[in-house]
Design a protein around this ligand. Structure first.
Ligand code: ACO
Length: 433
């Protein structure tokens, strides 16, 4: 909280007692009421399940204004970064809070490249999984297991080890993810190659085979890099908050990231990109759209339009805007423009955006609505979509983890509760119940 500016105070009267709560101001965005002393002053907690009104930390990495549809990393808009920079530049920006100059970028790219191999014994981990295991399950296991292989970068109190852990994570995620895919299809693992870019290396390890040279389509490499940029960080979402909470106890970074991957897996979060494709397949034909729209609006039906709505964005998700444009270009290049699923998606978007229910609730397409369509056209199976999200988000997770550990005021996170269970009662022996 060192850089937060005091901005007055709020007066709270409770049980006849008045307390002054400081108001703090960041560089941009809503002010916060500092309730840290509330319990000691009043004996009461604040109540905010699902954290709709709680700033859980301060951060200088990513700023979102969901009302307007703004997303910025280190002050740079996502449109600017996706249009002009590379994923490696964005990784550097998130880790170091500044864009790199050419020498710094070259040095960073080399560092990431030279950390991309896995400890050879990590290969054996894959063989322990069933071939039909969901690749996200494999990711949680293998990333968590990095704690067992890279002991020299798990001392969270050593800044150099923290940086090496960050580099290792970013560098090894493509290899870990590509091998999860290779294992599921029964093909040999490919090792990373140092002459290829980050995205190209990942595509080759995923789609290449040892029997022949793999040459990636440059447009696909660009699209992949853009998808990585668009997913790099998104402030205090469920998976990032999980990583921070796990890290707040002093757990090692690889274990914390595995916890983040687990959280991302859910369909309300990163799992939505694969759920979008499954939903489109379920809808099947344009003529069925009205029926599914009707179901999405029915409170007694659990069906929701996947890829629509967002906790923070009450406007178009800016990442969806960028991806929508890029979807057009990539699909054209890959000759997948006439994909009936794409046509269905466009029609669904049009109908939902005009429907009163979606308009009133400000439910717009989110990034997951378009990413699945592009990933499918590139050739990824649906089960890999969330893995790609995890790969890209690793930089956000580790940068947020690092920022938290480097905050001198950092303490273990420990939410409280409103207790609604039984009060004090006496134990009754089992034969008397
Ligand atoms: N389809 C139909 N109705 C919806 C949808 C949807 N996709 N999303 C929200 N609503 C409705 C809710 O039923 C609720 O209606 P009500 O006010 O009449 O009760 C209203 O809109 C507000 O929704 P909440 O559930 O309160 O919003 P919340 O912030 O809790 O949820 C979430 C956000 C989880 C993203 C939700 O919109 C959703 O489930 N969307 C589909 C899954 C998805 O696409 N997730 C990806 C998120 S982006 C990401 O992780 C990168």
């Amino acid at each position: 909280m060192s850089d937060a500016k005091p901005a007055g105070s709020a007066t709270l009267t409770v049980d006849g007692q008045t307390v002054e709560l400081p108001i703090l101001e960041g560089t941009v965005g809503p002010k916060v009421i500092d309730v840290r002393k509330l319990y000691s002053q009043t004996g009461m907690f604040t109540y905010d399940p699902s954290y709709t009104s709680t700033a859980s930390c301060d951060s200088a990495l990513t700023y979102i204004d969901g009302e307007v549809g703004i997303l910025r990393h280190g002050g740079y808009s996502i449109e600017d970064l996706a249009g002009n920079s590379s994923f490696m530049e964005v990784c550097y920006l998130l880790l170091h809070h500044e864009l790199p100059n050419q020498a710094e970028l070259t040095d960073f790219e080399n560092t990431i490249t030279y950390h991309s191999m896995l400890h050879e014994q990590m290969r054996n981990l894959y063989g322990g999984f069933r071939r039909d295991a969901h690749p996200m399950a494999v990711m949680i296991g293998v990333v968590g297991a990095m704690s067992a292989f890279y002991h020299d970068s798990t001392d969270i109190n050593d800044p150099q080890q923290r940086l090496i852990a960050s580099h290792r994570l970013i560098a090894k995620m493509p290899t870990i993810a590509a091998w999860a895919y290779k294992y599921s299809v029964g093909q040999p693992f490919l090792y990373p190659r140092n002459d290829l870019s980050y995205a190209e290396n990942f595509l080759r390890m995923t789609f290449g085979v040892p029997a022949e040279e793999y040459v990636a389509n440059p447009a696909v490499v660009d699209a992949m890099d853009k998808i990585f940029i668009l997913h790099a960080d998104h402030e205090q979402n469920a998976s990032t908050s999980t990583v921070r909470l796990a890290g707040s106890s002093g757990a090692n970074p690889f274990a914390c990231i595995a916890a983040g991957i687990a959280t991302l897996w859910g369909p309300a979060h990163g799992g939505a990109n694969s759920a979008v494709l499954e939903m489109l397949e379920q809808i099947g034909d344009k003529k069925n759209i009205p029926e599914f729209i009707k179901r999405a609006k029915d409170k007694d039906d659990p069906f929701r339009l996947m890829g629509f709505g967002h906790r923070v964005y009450k406007n178009y998700d800016p990442r969806a805007g960028v991806l929508k444009k890029s979807a057009d270009d990539v699909l054209e290049l890959l000759g997948a423009k006439d994909d009936p699923l794409l046509e269905l998606a466009m029609e669904l978007e049009k109908i939902a955006l005009e429907d009163e229910y979606f308009v009133d609730r400000k439910l717009f397409p989110n990034v997951d609505f378009y990413s699945g369509i592009i990933l499918k056209a590139i050739g990824f199976p649906t089960s890999m979509f969330t893995v790609l999200f995890a790969l890209a988000r690793s930089v956000g997770w580790i940068a947020q983890w690092k920022e938290m550990i480097e905050d001198p005021d950092q303490r273990i996170g420990r939410p409280r509760q409103l207790f609604l269970g039984a009060t004090d009662r006496e134990y009754v022996p089992v034969d008397k119940r």
